[in-house]
Design a protein around this ligand. Structure first.
Ligand SMILES: [Fe+2]
Length: 379
């Protein structure tokens, strides 16, 4: 038996002895255990004599051979059952060796392909290798060479498969690690949001609602999915900086003094500072944290950006934030949430001043058709 076949067969099969006549009384499972799984080889060549020579040689080497006189027949044989090796002539009618090779590489990538060429066709052989053939043989055959090249081709294919499996496992592992990192990051952000909500009960649920509604507005504006993802994330954490605001001011009943208001409005920059080291991979979401209190007319904070200078994601969150702030209770106006109609009127009053008109129109349409509605609040 060819040494390669010995190596490729399962270890417990390689040393098993053939069934002897005296073993006829063995049970069915015993007999099956002794049947060797042979390596299947499809031989495609339109010249019957050459095909038969190869077939005899390969069978003597322990292969299970299937003959095909055309590329189409070879493909049908490959589809029938898993095949480890294809020997294929290049020049064949109907489907030549290159077309066959192309199909095999696409649909039977675990099959080693050895192309057969005339000696004069070395250029063809090189082209075949460039197109994914594992090796090539030249006619007329030198039988020892056929055995050696086939063994080498099977070994090459085995290594390629091993490599690919390793690569796939590696990619899967990297993917798992990336998901885990993202989970940890989101859990950390959630903890910060919860810490803020404990300190400022009036914002409880606010982040969730702003995130949800901002995502809907972003989608209606036709922003792409990764950007919508960052809007949702940024909406969730936009007020994180309030962790740095004194509790007495956050929870002060009644109107704020000018100094107190200025102190509260440090929260976009405070939040941006807290999150910047964590959010290098989410610059749009980080931009929302910093810029959600910018105004379209340039009179906002912290950078006084105007119009398109304000990231569109921040313009989206600004509208969702204002709508929720007006329709839920706040410490400085306890129990006095606005109706949807009153909130809409207030949003309209600020068209082009506080809010981007295009974003505002999208939000108002969503409010009008009920896509954005009042959600239950805890306060
Ligand atoms: Fe805010």
């Amino acid at each position: 038996m060819h040494p390669l076949l010995q190596a490729i067969r399962e270890p417990n099969e390689a040393g098993s002895s053939p069934i002897q006549a005296g073993e006829a009384s063995a049970t069915v499972p015993d007999v099956q255990a002794n049947v060797k799984r042979r390596i299947r080889c499809v031989i495609a060549d339109d010249e019957p004599r050459l095909r038969q020579v190869l077939c005899r040689l390969m069978t003597a080497d322990g292969f299970d051979c299937v003959e095909a006189s055309t590329g189409v027949e070879a493909l049908a044989a490959l589809r029938e059952e898993p095949t480890q090796l294809l020997l294929s002539d290049i020049r064949m009618p109907q489907m030549d060796g290159f077309q066959l090779l192309c199909q095999v590489r696409e649909h039977h990538r675990d099959t080693a392909v050895v192309m057969i060429t005339a000696v004069a066709d070395v250029d063809m052989a090189v082209k075949a290798l460039a197109n994914g053939a594992t090796d090539y043989l030249t006619k007329p055959f030198n039988l020892d060479e056929v055995s050696a090249r086939v063994a080498q081709a099977l070994e090459t294919q085995r290594l390629r498969m091993e490599n690919r499996e390793h690569q796939e496992r590696l990619e899967e592992r990297v993917q798992q690690q990336a998901s885990r990192i993202e989970e940890i990051f989101l859990a950390a952000v959630q903890s910060l949001v919860q810490a803020l909500e404990l300190k400022d009960p009036y914002t409880r649920g606010h982040s969730d609602r702003v995130s949800h509604n901002a995502g809907i507005i972003a989608r209606a504006l036709g922003l792409d999915e990764p950007t919508i993802g960052q809007v949702v994330l940024g909406g969730h954490m936009h007020d994180i900086g309030k962790i740095g605001v004194r509790e007495a001011i956050l929870n002060k009943p009644g109107p704020l003094t000018e100094d107190e208001y200025r102190h509260i409005m440090t929260h976009p920059v405070v939040g941006w500072r807290i999150l910047a080291p964590l959010m290098a991979d989410a610059p749009l979401a980080l931009g929302i944290v910093r810029s959600h209190h910018e105004r379209y007319d340039g009179r906002g904070i912290p950078d006084g950006l105007a119009g398109d200078e304000i990231p569109v994601v921040a313009r989206v969150v600004a509208v969702a934030d204002a709508f929720d702030a007006m329709t839920s209770s706040r410490a400085y106006r306890p129990g006095s949430r606005l109706s949807v109609d009153a909130a809409v009127a207030e949003l309209e009053r600020n068209r082009g001043k506080q809010f981007d008109p295009v974003v505002l129109d999208a939000a108002l349409a969503l409010i009008a058709d009920g896509s954005i509605a009042l959600m239950p609040t805890d306060t």
